[in-house]
Structures are given as C-alpha cells and as structure tokens.
Design a protein around this ligand. Structure first.
Ligand SMILES: Cc1ncc(C[n+]2csc(CCOP(=O)(O)OP(=O)(O)O)c2C)c(N)n1
Ligand SMILES: [Mg+2]
Length: 449
C-alpha cells in the first residue's frame, strides 16, 4: 500500500536515510519484539503483575514514528508503543521492572503496566488509560513548547477504537484551531477489543476524520517502516515549521488478542493469515538485503547484541526487590504528618444536600431530596447504603418540610438581578412546586391524580 497524502499538498520524497539509520530502524524493531517476547515469558512464569498488551506485528508503527522525533521533542505512548519508548531511550530494564512492579521501576512498583513517563530527561508523558485523553494533553504540551519558544513537536498515538471517543474530536479540534505543533498517529489495527473497525466507523480511511478539523492527514502502510518513518518525518517537520497538527493513519493488524487473557478467536483465520504474511520485520529484512544494507553477518551481530542486552536487563529486573510494604502509604494523597489519620465524614449537613437557591423554579422534584424523606416516606438515604434514620441535624421531619417551603418562597420573592422582566414574569406565573411525599402537585396533576 502506497502512502497517500490527504490535503498536505501531495506526498513528497522522503529524505534519504543513512545506512546507520536504516539499521537503527531494524535494531529497534527487533528490540521491540524481543522485549515483548521476554515479557510474555515472564508473564507465563507469573512474574508480570499487571496487564500485558502485545504490539506483535505493529513494531514498525512505534519505531518508525518515534524515530522521526528529535531528542527535545515529546511523546506520550499508548499500550502498544513500547517500541517508541525504546527509541526515545527508555532502557528495557525499566519496561520489565515496571510490568513486574519492582521497587527500582520508574513508579517504584506502584503500577504494573506502562503508566510511567520521564518529564525531566526523555520528555515522555505517562500514558493515560482513558482512551483519547492524551490528545488534549499532548496538544497542551505542544502549545506550551511554542509559548516557550522551544520549537518542539509533541506526538501521541490513538487506536481505531479510541478515535471514536469524544475527547479525540475535542482534542484534535483544539489542536487544529491552535495550530499546535502536534502529530497524532492513528494506529488502525482493525480491532478494538473484539469490535472490527468496520462495525464502529463508517469510513474506509480513518484519516478522513481530519477533514472535520481542516487539517491534513496521511494514510500509510503500517507494516512498512520506511514509509512510516518518511511520512512521520514530513509531518514532524511540517508541525515544527508552525503549519499545525497532522493526523497520520497507519493501517496494520493486531496479531494477538487485546491482552494476554484474550485468545482473539473472533478474528477470521484468513485475515490473520493475510497479515502474518506481511510481518513488518520480515518485510524490512527483505528490503534491507535487496538494498544491500544488511547481510547475514550484520543480522547475527544485531541479534547477538539484543540477546546480550536483554539477558542483562532481565537479570537486573528479576533481582530488583519488590517495594517494602510500608512504601504503600507513600506518594499517595499527601505526605503531611496527619495524612493517614484522615477519616471520612459520611454525614452531610442538611444545607449541603438542600437544592441551591435558583431563579429557575423546578417543574419537578425528586421525592425526598433535601427534605430528609425518601419516596417511601422513610428517612432519605444520604449515601448509598446508608439506610439509618437520618437525624436531619436535630430537626423533625415537619420542620424540615417547613424549611424547604421557606426556601422555595424566598426563591420566588428574590429580585432577579440581571434578568429581563419577561424572565421575572415567567417565574411568577409558574406553579409553585409543593413537595409532597411522592411527587410534586404539578406531577400529580399531570398523572391525573
Ligand atoms: C474512554 C475509554 N473507553 C473504554 C476503555 C476500555 N478500553 C481499553 S482498550 C480498549 C480497546 C481499544 O481499542 P483501540 O483504540 O482500537 O486500540 P488497540 O487496543 O486496538 O490498540 C477499550 C475499549 C478505555 N480505556 N477508555
Ligand atoms: Mg485497534
């Protein structure tokens, strides 16, 4: 599949990569796969604490896009972007320890998946589990960089499923209107959990979503690392020049289930076979050897280098201790002396649960709300599970009802500052709601009672 530019002024020839850069792309894809293979083994040995998501067959996406960034640029990975972390400089041991919840991990064992970042050095924002939320966050990072005159670009990834969230659209619109130096990679791997993409989006190309925001987009073969790199590089340079954000759709395939627990039996065999025959690493090896950039000897050297590195990184991770139990109370909520003496106060004062004064008279009321009465006539529960008789702050039930009626009268008598006469008369004309045990009188009338 060729790269298609959608509204960016036509696809341009990519800048030529040096031999070393071609080999870097190969190294990082192989490293990405080997790191994840190692983690699958750790998972089967019950050493992985959290969820384990696979990017098998999607390595070209993470590596090709992140490789287009400079050191000063920012990225925020999603669950299938371990390759991007490796390119940015995260050592494999951090990825292992993070998933094993070890004390030396970036979050010191507080998280068992990939919720970690590095704001100081590597410029990585931690993933946010709520799909799409990284889009406005990274737009903010991009705008902040521009404000500070840093000429940085921010990048994040979103799945085909995640591209249907509201925040995807809000975030991309915001990025577009702000002309943020931001690149969004839409990783279309054909599945969102067990939902095929055609069942959730009526578009052939998800890149078309960009049209709604007046920004350019590209559709690119997600298993061709050179096409991805060269397209991402164009997008990054364009964003850096101040020409605004770009959406980059990469079409690929999720070869494993959503996570380790999911055998993905819902995926048609033919579909799997089609994509397995297009393995991005095998395709790239073929390209490199055709171009005489890689021979068997180089390949062996790279394999050896990765094997040696990961053996050491895995050893380090396995030998790291688990966090001490008392560490559980550190870094959460607050660290002051009285922190952990805080006790919840479930009981709420009546004023807090009484409807606020409003210039708009309610046309219906929730039975018992603010009156201390539940619809059955008993004490209204203030919190779920709290069925004890409420004390109503020392007031009897009839006193409470009087207080509510007084409040409503006060609302009606109140001059409506800033409102037109018309608005005032509307309020005056409307029926005064009288709270009865079950429904307001207005509701009772409507119900014909
Ligand atoms: C807003 C939101 N809704 C639902 C979820 C639960 N969830 C996590 S991953 C996932 C599927 C995501 O599919 P897709 O965006 O295509 O990414 P992929 O897993 O294919 O990489 C869902 C529904 C979530 N994390 N956030
Ligand atoms: Mg998907």
């Amino acid at each position: 599949m060729a790269k298609t530019a959608n509204g960016a002024g036509g696809a341009q020839r990519s800048k030529q990569l040096t031999r070393q850069q071609y080999l870097d792309l190969y190294y990082y894809m192989r490293l990405n796969r080997a790191v994840e293979d190692t983690m699958v083994k750790l998972f089967r040995q019950n050493k992985i604490v959290g969820g384990l998501y696979s990017s098998l067959g999607q390595e070209a996406v993470s590596v090709g896009t992140a490789y287009a960034l400079e050191n000063k640029d920012w990225l925020a990975p999603m669950i299938r972007n371990i390759g991007a972390l490796l390119v940015k400089g995260v050592p494999p041991r951090d990825v292992f320890m993070q998933h094993m919840a070890k004390y030396d991990s970036p979050t010191k064992g507080k998280d068992g998946t990939s919720h970690f970042g590095d704001l100081e050095n590597l410029h990585i924002v931690s993933p946010i589990s709520m799909l799409g939320d990284l889009i406005p966050v990274m737009t903010g990072v991009a705008i902040a960089g521009r404000y500070l005159g840093q000429k940085i670009v921010a990048m994040t990834w979103i799945g085909d499923g995640g591209s249907s969230t509201g925040v995807f659209h809000e975030g991309l619109n915001f990025a577009a209107v702000q002309k943020a130096p931001f690149v969004l990679v839409l990783e279309n791997n054909q599945w969102a959990y067990s939902t095929p993409v055609r069942r959730q989006v009526p578009l052939d190309n998800l890149a078309d979503r960009a049209k709604a925001y007046g920004i350019p987009s590209y559709t690119v073969d997600g298993n061709d690392v050179v096409a991805i790199y060269s397209t991402a590089k164009e997008a990054v340079e364009r964003a850096r020049k101040g020409q605004g954000p770009i959406l980059l759709e990469v079409k690929t395939f999720r070869r494993m289930g959503h996570a380790q627990h999911d055998p993905a039996e819902y995926v048609p065999k033919e579909m799997r076979a089609y994509w397995e025959a297009r393995d991005p690493i095998a395709l790239y090896e073929k390209f490199l050897s055709n171009e005489k950039l890689l021979d068997e000897k180089n390949k062996k050297e790279i394999e050896q280098r990765i094997e040696t590195l990961l053996a050491a990184e895995r050893d380090f991770a396995e030998n790291s201790r688990m966090p001490p139990p008392e560490f559980a109370e550190h870094g959460v909520y607050c660290t002051g002396d009285d922190c952990h003496k805080i006790r919840p106060q479930w009981e709420r004062p009546l004023s807090e649960v009484t409807p606020p004064k409003s210039s708009v008279v309610a046309v219906w009321t929730v039975a018992g709300f603010g009156s201390g009465k539940a619809s059955g006539g008993g004490a209204a529960p203030i919190h779920f599970g709290d069925t004890q008789k409420a004390s109503n702050n020392g007031k009897s039930d009839s006193e409470v009802q009087e207080a509510v009626a007084e409040t409503m009268e006060a609302v009606e008598a109140k001059p409506h500052a800033g409102k037109s006469n018309k608005a005032k008369s509307t309020v005056k004309k409307s029926a005064k709601p009288v709270v009865v045990a079950g429904k307001s009188k207005a509701q009772s009338r409507k119900a014909g009672r």
